[in-house]
Design a protein around this ligand. Structure first.
Ligand code: ZN
Ligand code: ZN
Length: 512
């Protein structure tokens, strides 16, 4: 049972296909004009073909003569004779299957005729397939042919698509466009900030504009031309991509003038090798990488162009204080445009780090050797520029503090202890200072202990630690607190004097 059913399936399909072919052949026999495009506003370009068809038609009931005619005369006449054979026999011989871009089409074969003409004639009521019969003729005679759902029009040498044609091919596209005069546009193209594709059908002045977000995985050029035949359809169109940056600068962005896609990308698009989205994206990439030097420095982020306004560009990036300092230095030195879709300050720095990194760091630490050193370390550790900048910043701060304080060798223990605490505090803050204080926790020296208590008080960190000290030590610590605070604030010579005073106040007569 099952086997039989399975075998019957394809046979029924074939039967229906055969019947349709015969029916179509009969229709063509009764009115051969159905095959031809309608010449509008000019002399009939297919007059001679129609005369030839009439001659063939005289033998529509003569099987022998028709068989001869399938091998003789021009291509269209031969194929017409094949159809008349079908109509006469009311059945078809073996079918041949042809693959047309992934679609299987079955035809009755005539080895004396070209396949595409067989397809075009045997499917003359199919708006896509019928064009196949006229490809050569359109090229040879330089005709413009437009095939529609019902209608097939020739406008001769003029490229003048019927408005019905344009409406039909655009309606088949997935994006919804609004018609404004001869323009078909999406609602976003008139606003700034979204790149859009613009296809101009030059002679009829038909424009199609659709933006990046409305574009689909389709190729609008292919859609527009899929039922259009001419010598070279490409020459009828101008295809551009408008970057359409929102201008924060005064005299309009030079980026927005970059509407002509590179030759290679355009060729690929026109061949159907890219869809609209890919084409727009590729063009925007091209724009960001190919700003002409003549345009000077142009800074653009996302859909906004800031011209050469570095301040506005930096604000848009929202950098940290140190990143801003680095970027300011970079932008002042940089002689090229930065056009990026989305970016963090770090990403921008990364783009130029290899070349400008050392200079940027030098501008922060103020010393070429240190800059080089920090840079190399960063490269080795694969740190991000943002991280390296932080390292450089804290190194710079530490160096600055060190250079603001006197340098000592062989300080008396009490002075050395106080000095270590204050240097740690100035370089890295309270936490580091408390670590220095704790290091001396086991020292039995009562002077050290008093100084330790004094600093704990100065940092408001003494609470709960009183038990570590004797009554004398805490009393003395309270007395020394002012000296320690003064030392924390001092710099240069003042620091030296304050340290000496603290030492003296702790009961030492030593000179430092
Ligand atoms: Zn014509
Ligand atoms: Zn849109």
């Amino acid at each position: 049972m099952k086997r039989r059913r399975r075998r019957r399936g394809p046979r029924i399909a074939t039967k229906a296909l055969e019947e349709a072919l015969v029916k179509r052949a009969k229709k063509l026999r009764d009115d051969p004009d159905f095959l031809f495009p309608e010449c509008q506003g000019h002399e009939d370009h297919f007059f001679k073909n129609k005369i030839k068809f009439e001659r063939v038609s005289r033998f529509k009931d003569n099987e022998k003569k028709l068989a001869a005619l399938t091998k003789w005369g021009d291509q269209l006449s031969r194929v017409f004779a094949t159809s008349l054979q079908m109509a006469l026999r009311e059945e078809v011989p073996r079918l041949m299957s042809i693959d047309l871009g992934g679609k299987d089409v079955s035809i009755v074969y005539n080895k004396k005729a070209r396949k595409e003409i067989l397809v075009g004639v045997q499917y003359f009521d199919d708006p896509d397939l019928r064009l196949l019969a006229f490809g050569r003729i359109a090229k040879l005679k330089r005709l413009h042919l437009y095939s529609m759902r019902d209608g097939f029009v020739c406008t001769g040498k003029e490229d003048k698509p019927p408005s019905k044609y344009v409406a039909e091919v655009l309606a088949a596209a997935k994006c919804s466009l609004t018609k404004k005069g001869e323009c078909h546009i999406c609602v976003h193209c008139e606003k700034e900030g979204v790149p859009y594709l613009k296809i101009t059908w030059i002679t009829p002045k038909v424009e199609v504009m659709l933006c990046q977000s409305c574009a689909k995985n389709e190729n609008t050029y292919i859609n527009l031309t899929k039922r259009f035949l001419s010598f070279d359809p490409k020459t009828s169109f101008r295809v551009e991509v408008y970057p359409n940056f929102k201008c924060e600068c005064e005299d309009g962005s030079a980026l927005n003038e970059m509407t002509i896609p590179p030759r290679e990308a355009l060729a690929r698009y026109l061949e159907g090798g890219m869809d609209d989205i890919e084409f727009i994206d590729e063009h925007m990439e091209h724009v960001s990488e190919n700003v002409p030097a003549s345009a000077g420095m142009i800074l653009a982020l996302g859909n906004k162009c800031y011209g050469d306004d570095t301040e506005a560009f930096l604000n848009a990036l929202n950098p940290s204080k140190i990143e801003r300092q680095a970027l300011e230095y970079l932008l002042e030195d940089l002689d090229e445009s930065i056009v990026v879709e989305s970016a963090t300050p770090n990403k921008i720095l990364m783009m130029y780090w290899d070349i400008y990194g050392v200079d940027i760091l030098e501008s922060i630490v103020g010393d070429p050797d240190i800059a080089e050193n920090v840079f190399e370390k960063g490269q080795w550790k694969k740190d991000t520029p943002a991280k390296v900048l932080k390292t450089a910043m804290s190194k710079a701060k530490k160096d600055q503090i060190e250079s603001a304080l006197p340098k000592y060798r062989d300080l008396p223990p009490v002075a050395a202890f106080a000095d270590r605490i204050v240097r740690a505090y100035k370089a890295k803050g309270k936490k580091s200072a408390l670590m220095e204080i704790n290091k001396a926790q086991s020292s039995p020296d009562t002077k050290i202990k008093s100084v330790r208590y004094a600093f704990l008080l100065a940092f408001s960190a003494a609470t709960g630690k009183e038990w570590q000290f004797s009554k004398e030590e805490t009393d003395f610590g309270v007395f020394l607190k002012d000296y320690s605070e003064k030392l924390m604030e001092a710099e240069g010579d003042d620091y030296h004097d304050s340290l000496q005073e603290l030492l003296k106040a702790s009961g030492s007569t030593q000179k430092i």
